[in-house]
Design a protein around this ligand. Structure first.
Ligand code: 8DG
Length: 143
């Protein structure tokens, strides 16, 4: 009998500033992948739509308010994560209220896509970078 992995659905936001930089946050000590830089977001809880989860996570983690209408699906990542299989839904958010603060993360950083390539990120995020670069009209960095 074939065994299927348990899917682990996560939402994350690509918040883009006026100069085309994107917001990443550093995962805190005591969490999986501590120290790595990720897009703000988190698990979709039972009963939530991806959009509802995104709005909740951005309020909890950054203290900002986004409207679901200001966020649109950009791309996704699919990767094995331990015994589970991560499905990371990345939304691009174009408007929000409030100044992002590191309420959960160790630090926040606005970065160009070129700078993202030099930051340690979760392995699942790496295939997202060329897609993000293209969506922002920036050049992908070839390694
Ligand atoms: N938010 C986010 N999570 C990512 C990214 N890349 C990646 O592999 N992940 C993984 C790390 C975690 O295993 C999972 C997110 O779960 P989490 O436990 O950090 O999320 P959460 O905010 O709901 O956490 P908590 O409330 O339970 O503490 O997705 C990313 O870019 N952003």
């Amino acid at each position: 009998m074939e065994i299927y992995p348990t899917l682990f659905p996560v939402v994350a936001a690509l918040l883009v500033d006026d100069t085309g930089r994107v917001l990443v946050q550093q995962r805190p000590q005591g969490t999986a992948m501590a120290g790595l830089w990720e897009f703000p977001g988190g698990k979709i809880e039972a009963g939530e739509s991806p959009e509802t989860a995104l709005v909740r996570e951005l309020a909890e983690e950054l203290g900002i308010t986004v409207l679901p209408d200001a966020c649109e699906p950009l791309t996704f990542a699919s990767a094995t994560l331990g015994q589970k299989h991560l499905i990371l839904l990345l939304f691009r958010c174009t408007a929000w209220q409030g100044e992002p603060r590191a309420l959960h993360a160790t630090a926040l950083r606005w970065a160009t896509v070129a700078e993202l390539y030099s930051l340690p990120m979760p392995p699942a995020d790496l295939p997202l970078l060329p897609i993000i670069a293209q969506s922002l009209g920036q050049k992908p960095v070839c390694s």
